[in-house]
Design a protein around this ligand. Structure first.
Ligand code: WT7
Length: 650
């Protein structure tokens, strides 16, 4: 890329924290000062929030960059920190998980229940020959056993590799083979959109090509018939009959805790490797600081799937290490009806809700009448993660979910960072809609230009991290060179996140999407995110995706796909008028250079299973090419809808 990112969006609204939250916040502005004064001392204090079997000798060893070691010489057990210490402190009867199945069945697990199941699973895995350092693949629906399986691996020092339950047999095969997993933990199936959705046949297909797999543990969830082989064991016959006593052994702070494959849409997936002490320190601290979690009174709900890093860090390790009570939901937000999420908030009196912009925009499309039909008064804090949140989606979230008064934490991080890096602190920061604001205490982030020079306030460029952080990835599994190549080679000595970003006049950070998604129009770099936000700021638009299409005159031209809000008339003439109005609206908001060449009104957008827009496919449409690989799409019929609805728009 020739020039650092342009900086077009001018959003000036700002929302200070509610006074009561600020007065009682877990973390105050002092934390920034403390960390600035002595960064490693600050992280050592956060590590001290955990129970260590052996104290570390050195906070950080950065003598061989980019290979970091945190809390060198220290030892701890992650499962002990998430379970035993709460039970030992007399909190065994506290609810850890309110689980809600998609069909409406429920389970309540206390910390004592979760501890017992985890000990049994640890014994069962040991019995199956799993030893510290072995890899275990986990391919489960959103049921409590998913958390138990992860914690049981952590407890015995086995490295887990969770594979999202929506992935195909090929994807599962690649991941099992790359990590040479010895055991797979799965289920007969789960519930999805009102129907049982089988998992076991996919595992059977994968395992047939994975000689490393010795055993398959199968949870019975749907009760549907499954094929059975000599390697298969029912969970209820193996785990639930195992001894409930298990003493957790401590592991080295740098012991590999898990591998999680990033779902890259093009290249071979990367096995992101996380280790033990630093990872737990930062996930635990950020849960406490960013969500202001009060374990005694809060009911926390993160709507992510355990197959993504958000589920690892903010369903399993962060909340449980803090002794939280949380909600876990198996299904989709519109089964059996579009109010399901709000019904769950109402039912369990959820106080902290952590979800994704894609969901918020879907809720916008469905209309505010739906959340208005439920009592959401228990909520006190809202969070967002996964992609840039458009200012209008942020405002909608605050208005229609947050009663116009709740703080929103827009949290920037990645599978690679392991934990939240840039985010408002809810009791401190006056947040701006659409900005992740400030690096957390102890995190050193910056925006740099092409040459790696820090840009001044008002400038745009690339997001980097200047200093190692405790929960950073340690490498790409089996490929140190690719680790160096991918993250540490673009700018000498800096971690390159792959995201475009800008600093506003106050120095606050705005994420502009992946740099691969930046368009080059008549020599100007324009961020897809900014044009999308401009479109969504129009009252008729619920959601938008923007791509750069090859153009003979301008190099690339901006092509936009917009989903109109539920009640908007788009038939014939009205549709043409709306398109003209939207083009002008973008030109007015961002400047004439950002005016889309073409806008198409569409009913849906193609998304990956983690909810990210697949711009690659939209580019195919915009450039009249036949579609590339659609196998990672959440719903493959979407592209037919878009291609067939393409008549309107120019
Ligand atoms: C990429 C990482 C972080 C857990 C879920 C995604 C984008 C994530 C934000 C945010 C703007 C964001 C970035 C990042 N992203 N959060 N708050 N604002 N962009 O993990 O699949 O590893 O994706 O998601 O582009 O690099 P992931």
């Amino acid at each position: 890329m020739s020039e650092a990112l342009a900086n077009l969006l001018n959003e000036t609204r700002q929302f200070p924290p509610p006074a009561e939250l600020a007065a009682n916040a877990n973390v105050t502005a002092e934390a920034y000062a403390e960390a600035a004064e002595d960064r490693l001392g600050f992280w050592a204090r956060q590590a001290g929030r955990l129970a260590w079997a052996k104290q570390w000798d050195q906070v950080l060893d950065w003598s061989n960059p980019p290979f970091a070691k945190w809390f060198v010489g220290g030892q701890l057990n992650v499962a002990y920190n998430c379970l035993d210490r709460h039970v030992e402190a007399g909190r065994g009867d506290k609810v850890a998980i309110h689980w809600e199945g998609e069909p409406g069945d429920t389970r309540t697990l206390t910390y004592a229940d979760l501890h017992k199941l985890t000990c049994q699973a640890a014994n069962a895995l040991t019995e199956l020959g799993v030893r510290a350092g072995d890899r275990v693949a986990i391919y489960l629906p959103m049921i409590p056993e998913a958390a138990v399986a992860m914690l049981a691996c952590a407890r015995i020092g086995a490295t887990h590799s969770v594979v999202f339950g929506g992935f195909s047999a090929d994807a599962l095969t690649n991941r099992i083979q790359d990590a040479t997993a010895k055991v797979v933990i799965t289920a007969d199936g789960g519930y999805r959109r009102g129907k049982p959705s089988a998992l076991k046949p996919t595992v059977d297909e994968a395992v047939a090509n994975c000689p490393s797999v010795e055993h398959v543990l199968v949870v019975r969830r749907t009760g549907e018939d499954v094929a059975w082989s000599a390697k298969d064991h029912w969970w209820h016959e193996t785990v639930e009959t195992a001894a409930p006593e298990h003493t957790a052994q401590p592991f080295d702070a740098e012991h590999p805790l898990f591998i999680l494959y990033t779902s890259g849409t093009t290249a071979r997936p990367k096995g992101i490797l996380h280790s033990t002490g630093g990872y737990l320190t930062q996930t635990s601290y950020t849960t406490h600081a960013v969500f202001d979690l009060k374990p005694e009174t809060d009911v926390y709900w993160c709507t992510a799937d355990i197959g993504w890093v958000t589920g690892h860090s903010y369903i399993v390790y962060g909340p449980l290490s803090n002794g939280a009570t949380q909600v876990m939901y198996e299904g989709t937000p519109d089964t059996p009806h579009k109010g399901r999420f709000w019904e769950i908030v109402d039912k369990y009196k959820v106080t902290i809700l952590y979800t994704a912009p894609t969901l918020i925009r879907t809720m916008m499309k469905w209309g505010e009448d739906i959340p208005a039909g439920y009592d959401l008064s228990s909520l006190r804090l809202l969070g967002s993660v996964g992609e840039p949140i458009n200012p209008e989606a942020w405002i909608w979230y605050r208005q229609h979910v947050g009663r116009g008064e709740l703080p929103i934490v827009d949290t920037w991080w990645q599978t690679e960072t392991g934990a939240i890096m840039i985010s408002p602190l809810p009791g401190v920061t006056a947040a701006k809609p659409g900005s992740a604001m400030t690096p957390l205490p102890g995190i050193v982030a910056d925006v740099v230009d092409d040459q790696g020079q820090s840009v001044p306030n008002g400038g745009g460029g690339y997001l980097v991290l200047r200093e190692p952080w405790p929960s950073m990835l340690r490498t790409i599994w089996g490929d140190d060179n690719r680790f160096i190549e991918t993250y540490w080679s673009r700018f000498a000595g800096l971690y390159f996140a792959g995201d475009g970003a800008k600093k506003d006049d106050d120095g606050h950070i705005w994420l502009l999407g992946r740099v691969d998604d930046v368009m080059l129009v008549s020599g100007h770099n324009i961020s897809t995110t900014e044009v999308e936000s401009a479109l969504v700021s129009h009252p008729s638009v619920a959601e938008a995706a923007v791509v750069g299409a090859t153009d003979p005159t301008t190099g690339q031209a901006i092509v936009a796909f917009a989903i109109p809000r539920g009640t908007v008339d788009t038939a014939g003439e009205a549709g043409e008028q709306l398109i003209a109005e939207l083009r002008n609206h973008v030109a007015k908001t961002l400047g004439p250079i950002a005016k889309p060449r073409q806008i198409m009104l569409v009913p849906e957008l193609p998304k990956t299973r983690s909810g990210k827009i697949m711009r690659r496919l939209l580019r195919d449409v915009a450039e009249n090419r036949s579609l590339g690989d659609v196998t990672t799409l959440q719903d493959s019929s979407v592209m037919e809808l878009i291609s067939s609805g393409m008549g309107g728009g120019k």
